[in-house]
Design a protein around this ligand. Sequence first.
Ligand code: NAI
Ligand SMILES: NCC(=O)COP(=O)(O)O
Length: 321
Amino acid sequence: MKPVAISCGEPAGIGPEIAVAAWRELKGELPLIWIGDPAHLPAGTPFQPVGKAENAKSVCAHAFPVMVRNFVGPATPGIANPAHAKGVIDAISTGVELVVNGQASALCTAPIHKAALIDGAGFEYPGHTEYLAALADLDRVVMMLACDALRVVPATIHIPLAEVPSQLTPALLTETLQITHAALQRDFGIANPRIAVAGLNPHAGEGGKMGTQEIDIISPVLSTLRLQGMDIVGPLSADTMFHAAARANYDVALCMYHDQALIPIKTLDFSGGVNVTLGLPFIRTSPDHGTAFDIAGKGEADATSMVAAIRMAAEMAATRG
Ligand SMILES: NC(=O)C1=CN([C@@H]2O[C@H](COP(=O)(O)OP(=O)(O)OC[C@H]3O[C@@H](n4cnc5c(N)ncnc54)[C@H](O)[C@@H]3O)[C@@H](O)[C@H]2O)C=CC1
Ligand SMILES: NCC(=O)COP(=O)(O)O
């Protein structure tokens, strides 16, 4: 079994400690390899440098396997060092290389501090999702967050709310739905995915009286895709599509913007949610939370989402064979 590669994420955040906690929980189950600077690991972590990913499996049982990347210095919990930004970005691209070259089965990314990367390295991307799309030379990939109770996809991702209406084009919605549908079939074993689509406006526009994107853009796209055989309902009122009885009617909810999608899932299962990028030629997952600077280094971080993200990555890799 090839290891799951884990990029270190922001060294001043909880990424290093939740990676070590995840290793402790998963070491008897699957191999992993962490890409980062051992100086950023919690004190006393029994790590072992690993030159080649293929050696991670034998190391994993007794030590935390590290593909060493030397940053400029130690990390201070809760305070991002701009000089670390390049190393954080390189750890992600190294993880991608390991997977693409067949040395790792999948990539699981620990959280980055987006502003720190923009300020420290002029990072051009608002998140991993957009960076990974660029590395894969793709114009479109899809962010999906999944827990046992719900899967959600935001059609628009890391953009200001004011820009959402103008970004909601038929092409964006069509391609997002096509990528989501294909991924649920391929990676999640759902032969005929049931998709629910939220409206943008209150009451899904109330027949045009509270906004017209539902009539002008969303409904025509859904009609076209239904004719192509997709099982889609919507546009639905977003405020009434996430209660338990409503969730039983669909496998994934397409939402129009970031918070419309992420508030319900983080409310239902903050510790168990996983972020997965659909449409890439390689597998990438991530915990659903961020760098949590307020608790970094205090031993308070819950690694449940990281564990779930690594497990999902390994399961997807096994499914793909
Ligand atoms: N995949 C990624 O790289 C992600 C990165 N971020 C970035 O993280 C930074 C901080 O974002 P915030 O909005 O503050 O969200 P956050 O998820 O870092 O923190 C929100 C709250 O949840 C708590 N929390 C988060 N993870 C936790 C865990 N594992 N155990 C216990 N408590 C936990 C934090 O202590 C904080 O009180 C931002 O720069 C954001 O862009 C946010 C989400 C995902
Ligand atoms: N709120 C989700 C998030 O920010 C994750 O972004 P990404 O780094 O996975 O693109």
